[in-house]
Design a protein around this ligand. Structure first.
Ligand code: ADP
Ligand code: MG
Ligand code: MG
Length: 254
């Protein structure tokens, strides 16, 4: 089953072309890694998928679970099962993390035609999910992301993901700024959550994360396009040889 189909996607920021004909197909059960040099458009791609207003789609199509994603409001995208951690406000003073998670969870349930979860049942559920990310329950009573360390924010992303059980999770540089223990916890969370019914896109500048999460496909993005794709061996080759050879080969072919 195709979860996400991106065809010839082009997008601009402040009239500057950033995505220049991006193609990608993701099926359920797959983990894709998108790598590439800084400034290649990786974050732009994830923001376009999220429906960020600063990014204008100028061509191509994005089909998510058979629906035209580009016609959906950002909230609708989230409700329909696409998960992007940064879609959520960075800090909301006065709103506890627990309250935030409950609202997000209930909104996802509503879109699935389900009733709001009973508060006690939610407490049980969240306890189970905390275990996935090895998070201290005290963390839930703090204001959303206020004063969270970099590592705590990243873990909280995985907690949100564990709770919302998205059809497609897109993690943009979830590994950046994590020490090795936090990286392992995050990777372990992603691995536990991946199943034959969902799909994951990991965007990362470094191959480090891929030591812990084995992708089915590795794509190299440069200059707003996916230049080449392969399996995990490609990531190792990138680590030892850098990105330049990909760019050179693409020029020869192109
Ligand atoms: P990556 O995530 O691969 O490092 P980005 O998608 O963040 O790349 O950036 C791609 C290009 O788009 C860069 O040249 C960057 O400067 C530009 N860009 C991204 N966001 C904006 C923005 N809001 N305004 C202007 N330029 C932007
Ligand atoms: Mg960058
Ligand atoms: Mg980026």
């Amino acid at each position: 089953e195709v979860v996400l189909s991106v065809k010839n996607l082009t997008a601009t920021v402040d009239d500057a072309p950033i995505l220049k004909g991006l193609n990608l197909e993701v099926r359920s059960g797959e983990i894709h890694a998108i790598m590439g040099p800084n400034g290649s458009g990786k974050s732009t791609f994830s923001k376009v998928l999220a429906g960020h207003p600063a990014y204008e789609v100028t061509g191509g199509e994005v089909i998510f679970q058979g629906q035209n994603l580009l016609e959906m409001e950002p909230e609708e995208r989230a409700r329909s099962g696409i998960f992007l951690a940064f879609q959520y406000p960075l800090e909301i003073p006065g709103v506890s993390n627990l309250d935030f998670l409950r609202v997000a969870y209930n909104s996802r349930r509503k879109s699935q035609g389900l009733e709001e979860i009973d508060a006690f049942d939610f407490d049980d559920l969240i306890e189970e999910k905390l275990e996935v990310v090895k998070m201290n329950p005290a963390f839930l009573s703090r204001s959303l992301n206020e004063g969270f360390s970099g590592g705590e924010k990243k873990r909280n992303e995985i907690l949100q993901m564990a709770l919302l059980e998205p059809k497609l999770a897109i993690l943009d540089e979830t590994d950046s700024g994590l020490d090795i223990d936090a990286l392992k916890i995050v990777a372990n969370g992603v691995n536990q959550l991946a199943n034959p019914q969902n799909a994951t896109i990991m965007i990362t500048h470094y191959q480090r994360l891929l030591n812990y999460i084995v992708p089915d496909y590795v794509h190299v993005m440069a200059n707003g396009q996916i230049l080449t794709s392969g399996d995990k061996e490609l990531a190792l080759k990138l680590e030892s040889r850098g990105y330049d050879w990909v760019l050179e080969e693409a020029v020869e072919v192109g």
